[in-house]
Write a protein that binds this ligand. Structure first.
Ligand code: BTN
Length: 275
């Protein structure tokens, strides 16, 4: 059986380039065997005036980053690690729709390609059941109020057995773990990028409301009792969904609506509402 990291399992950048001809990403694929962080590299390319639609993809990251200053760990040659640089006509407070779109594109692609049902956990995680399959890190570079470039980076656990890396601090899963089969990462990446481009076009046509509705339909938190640790303390209640700024709307015990812009969510008794 092909092992993660075997040469024959390595990404083939030329194949990727060929399959992405005619898309927004045509001629803009930067491939690295090893790099600090694909997000950092994509931001540099953005700052240097690079073209929108630039994709940085790597087999390994030595300084992979997650949200809230966390590390993103991934063994070489096994998973999907990439970032897309864009120059959308959006304000900073509208950028969450890009995270939403990438999460939707990834979830759809994973389901279509491997049959693994995938949900989205606010604000940026892909989950299969109770286990984390992937995460998104969105960053932007602004000049005053103007957003100059945005980088959306995604890590998906593909051909990796998370239990082989006991250092992982969260309950992780992978497509290999869920299906018992190795996945060709080029296929997944190309399909995902095609879907993402479609969402990006919808964003430029201002069809963001539908996108948020689709996200809410895939939300792991919808209708569940959640506890969110924010910079200003804890918020508890039933998660209703996200609004168009990306805030999670939570109804507390008093029936009051709270909007939470960022934080770490835990779900109490998954699958059950608090009585
Ligand atoms: C999270 O779960 O907190 C987000 C993780 C995002 C990881 C991806 S891997 C590709 C890209 N490059 C990075 O350094 N981070 C993102």
């Amino acid at each position: 059986m092909e092992k993660a990291g075997d040469k024959e399992g390595a990404l083939q950048p030329d194949l990727l380039r060929q399959m992405l001809k005619g898309t927004l990403f045509d001629g803009k694929i930067f491939y690295y065997e090893s790099i600090g962080s694909t997000n950092t590299r994509a931001k540099e390319i953005g700052k240097a005036g690079g073209e929108e639609g630039t994709v940085v993809v790597a087999e390994e990251q030595t300084e992979g980053r997650g949200r809230l200053g966390r590390q993103w760990l991934s063994p070489p040659g096994a998973n999907l690690l990439f970032s897309v640089m864009l120059r959308p006509a959006l304000r900073a407070d509208e950028l969450f729709v890009l995270t939403v779109s990438l999460a939707l594109a990834a979830a759809e692609s994973i389901e279509a390609g491997s049959g693994v049902g995938c949900q989205i956990k606010w604000p940026n995680d892909l989950y299969v059941g109770r286990k984390k399959l992937g995460g998104i890190l969105t960053e932007f570079v602004a000049n005053g109020k103007d957003v100059e470039s945005v980088v959306v980076g995604l890590g998906v656990n593909v051909n990796w057995r998370p239990q082989d890396d006991p250092g992982e601090g969260y309950q992780a899963t992978s497509l290999l773990e869920e299906t018992g089969k190795q996945v060709r990462r080029e296929w997944l990446l190309v399909d995902l990028l095609n879907r993402f481009e479609n969402y990006y076009e919808r964003i430029s046509r201002k069809e963001t409301r539908e996108i948020f509705e689709m996200w809410n339909n895939r939300s792991l938190l919808f209708g569940r009792w959640v506890e969110i640790r924010t910079g200003r303390g804890r918020v508890c209640g039933i998660a209703k969904g996200i609004d168009e700024t990306g805030a999670l709307v939570v109804i507390d015990d008093q029936g009051e609506e709270n909007r939470v812009l960022s934080g770490d969510v835990s779900v109490e008794r998954i699958g059950k509402r608090r009585g």
